[in-house]
Structures are given as structure tokens and as C-alpha cells.
Design a protein around this ligand. Sequence first.
Ligand SMILES: [Mg+2]
Length: 404
Amino acid sequence: MSKTILHIDLDTFYVSVERLNNRELQNKPLLVGGTGDRGVVAACSYETRGFGVHSGMPMKMARELCPEAFVIRGNAGEYSKHSDVVTEIIKEYVPVFEKSSIDEFYADLSGMDRFFGCYQYASEMRKKIIRETGLPISFGLSANKVVSKVATNEAKPNNQLKIDEGLEKPFLAPLSIKKIPMVGDKTYQTLRNLGLRQVRTVQEMPMEVMQRVLGANGGVIWKRANGIDNTPVIPFCERKSISTERTFDKDTIDVNKLRGILIAMTENLAYQLRRGEKLTACISVKIRYSDFNTYSKQLRIPYTSGDHILIPKILDLFKTLYNRRLLVRLIGIRFSHLVSGNYQINLFDDTEEILSLYNAMDNIRKRYGDKSVLRASGMGAKTIGRMHNPFNGLPPVVLAHRKI
Ligand SMILES: [Mg+2]
């Protein structure tokens, strides 16, 4: 049975929010991101793109390319607030939707046409979002997520586009292969070196050739180029915090072991934050002693998802908390005050080196499992970790009281 999938995306979201708060920035070139020496561009306005500026590039380079641009340090709390308002409006219209990042949503509208045209319905929702938030937003509508996402990008800025069923291939054919979701810079270069430029050429090739060149990914890219995609819309459920804890089989007073476990827990939760494109601004540590008295301590911190920042703070908290010299029965940590933060690690303080380090580590984890990369100090702690993303709408994680 054919489906109707909607993809909705706020245009240059951080930039739009900054302009909402300061009208003078309207139509001016604008860079949002880290303003320090080694900061990275988190978002840039359309006016800067002609200069070769793109998000993810060092701020220093962006400033050189576009010296007239206004540079603003981002504000995670502010963006999160506006994202929540948009989310609430979408929730009114489509009870089941996926929030794939701070400014991007999917909804499955299949079966709705009988009552109301999907396109008309999506148009009304888009109008309402623009009216109530003042933020520009675009959507694409088609039979699957991939084609809808590409359609949204073609519709931008501030517009909408519907691709009728059966017309996916001709729609994609003239586009650059760069526009296929999943074709990053590296894959693009590989394909360009093979003389591929347009999606049409991929469509005309046998899938096996793509697989030979790019492995399993080649098959997925070939399917996407042909407008084939069956990935479902994953219902969104908001999580305000993530946590993990462990009860010991035998109460312990071995501080090194406790620290090792805290490190492993922090690494794991921080990875989950990054996977869910979240940042935390509040961390806490909990200890239960053998007499069942439980203590916890929390600390507000600048937004981050980097374990190199979180681990020392968690260990500091533990140091001030663990003062009874009694056997410990349970320890745990919690990250709360979560906000969405795209690919950032340490919002607006990221450097290129840090971003690529975490990218590399997390790619290894995605491919080989949560525990494929660990700090040596956390290696002693076995069986911490879960294999799924806590932010993708699956039921809340059961925090296992695992044995070690
Ligand atoms: Mg966007």
C-alpha cells in the first residue's frame, strides 16, 4: 500500500530565531556559532552562501570569506524554546510524528486523503506555524521520507513542494547526487571521481555497480536515487533527562572501581546524547550506601555532550558526595535540562578538532557497537550500555540494575 509522508524543516533555523529577536538582522548576512578563535559555524543565512560559507566550517574562515557578515554566538535555550512551540503546533495537526532534529520533522499522513487532501492539510499547518511563530518553514510531500526531504530542500526557502506518486525518479533525475541524503563530502568526491554528477546517471546504473564501489551504502544510495525508501516514521516522545545506575551484587568500597564505572556511565550517556542530537545543562550523581541511605548532588553546567567535559565534573561531584567511607550499594548518574543541539558537542564552543574527534569515535560506535571505543579508565566496568537511541520514540529505557 502506498504511503504519504510529510517532511517539514524550518529554514536556517538559528538565523531565523536571531532575526525574530532582532529585526535589524533581516536580509543581512549572518553567521551563528562559536565566536572564539577556533569556533565553528553552526548556521549561516542565505546571504552568506554565495561567498562559499557553509555550516560546520571554521568561523575564522567564514569571516574571511564574508567579512561583512554579522557574527552571533548561539543560544541553545532560546532555540529549544522556539522549537518546542513549533512542535506543539505540529502535534495539534498530526498526533504521530517524528522529530528528527531541533528544526526537522516527519509525519505519516497515509490514509488521511479520504477526509482531507494531505497537501492542503500540510499547507494549512505550515501557514499556521508561520503565522504563530514568525519563522519561515518549508515542506515536501511524497510517498517516502527520502523523496520528501529532497523535495523540502528543493522548495526552500520558505515554500512547499509535492511529488506525486510515480514521479519520484523524474523529480530526482536532474538533481546533483550531492542532494541525496547520506551522500556526504567523501562519498560525493568518490562518485565525482567516477564521473557521476547527476542523480540520473545513478538511476541508469545497475545497483551492483554502486555496491561494488561503495559497499552496502552504495545499495542504499542507489535505492534513494531511484526514489525507493521504506523507512518508517518513528513516533516522537520527549525526554527531559537520561540516566543510568547500577546496584552491586556485593557492596563495595573500592573507589577506583566506582570511578571507573562512573567514567564508563558518563561516556555511554554522553554518546547517547550525541546520537539523539542533545546537550545537557545539568548533571547529577547518586550514591546509595549499604545502610540504604541515598544521597545525590547536582550541578548546572554550560550545554554540552562532550565526555571530556562531563567526566571531570562527574568525578568532582562524586568526590564531594562520597564522604561516609561506607560500603556502596548503588551508584548512578543523570543528565537533565536537555536541549536539542544538532551536531554540536559543546554548543558554540566547538572547535573543528573536537567535532571531528567525536564524529570519528561515534562512527566507530555506530558501526561496531556502543563499547567499541572506550576510555581505558572505564574499561573495568562491564555491561554498561544499551544499543538503541533513547530519543527516537522507543519506550523509556529500563535502567537495568546490572550485575558485575
Ligand atoms: Mg532546517
